[in-house]
Design a protein around this ligand. Sequence first.
Ligand SMILES: [Mg+2]
Length: 392
Amino acid sequence: MKIDAVDFFYLAMPEITTEADGSQDALLVRVSAGGHVGWGECEASPLVSIAAFVCPMSHGVCRPVGASVLGQAFEGPADIARMAALVEYDSMDLLQAAHTWSGVEMALWDLLGKVRGEPVWKLLGYRRAEKKTPYASQLFGDTPQETLDLGRAARAKGFAAVKFGWGPVGRGAVEIDRDHILAAREGLGPDGILLVDVGQIFGEDVEAAAARLPALEAAGAVWLEEPFHASALEAYGALARRSPKVKLAGGEGAHNVFMARQLIDYGQVGFVQIDCGRIGGIGPAKKIADYAVAKGVTYVNHTFTSHLALSASIQPFAGLAHHRICEYPVAPKQLAIDLTRNHITRDADGEILVPDAPGLGIDIDLAALRTYLVDVEIKVRGERLFATPDLV
Ligand SMILES: [Mg+2]
């Protein structure tokens, strides 16, 4: 086969707000090769990511992603790795390249799985897929009472694990945060798995983050996620050394394998959270899953949009029985739900299993896409570099 076409579909809700909800828009990628198609999803600004695929070359190592993909021979995983290396080198000065390539890479795995009649996790070398424990991800309430109620509600919906994040925590007094964290524990009950995400609020201020550790320990939080800027490895390492009980989590900001490995080695996180839509797709994510196993760190998927992205995010650690906690978008925007015909649903025990069907095992609903499709045209000197493709 060779890669005949790569189509991008920019989808958006009618209104985009400033809330930190990444499911308000989406960039779907459709790759065609040898009469087959595969689908992927970039986790980034759709317009900027499309531009990174079609932009004019600036110089030898600032080429558009498309130059490393279109027309390439494609027979198996080695070709995906070869194209990944091409993108990394030839687009090294194009920062968005990793995001754009991530969606293309996912689509290549999906396509290959369909050609071979196997789920992607089998192509990655796993013999069986293990159940995962999805956690409900939600914001802290505005008051501790609200946080407590949110915790109770999530348990009532059958979630054994709940992540609270953002909101007022980290923005005011340590005592306020303590009240929220303890309220979260009370709401979950003694056996609920409590995860806390502060969304980089402390920048690189180790003392500010450390001041929250006693409450996190008292509440039995399993992890403290992203206390610092994604690349503040010194701060991560310093806090990790002071927090033997509450492990640090991070990694969603990793745009390549090296960033994620360094977060493990120097940031000393106990949980590494990888977004396949950002790190360069499923191949690099699998490398990090292998690295995490070797280093005694737990791999966790990061995903916040559709079930296509969710399926892709689980593939790299699908066969790891002891890496169970799994991010699961609980209340995404309607767009993210409508985008696919099938969904990964929780079983009677509240657990999920990655699809067994070929590729990513998720069907795109072309008719539903029409509702959200954003019409885009990119022209340079009168030449049309991109126009939204037909949905056929
Ligand atoms: Mg996070």
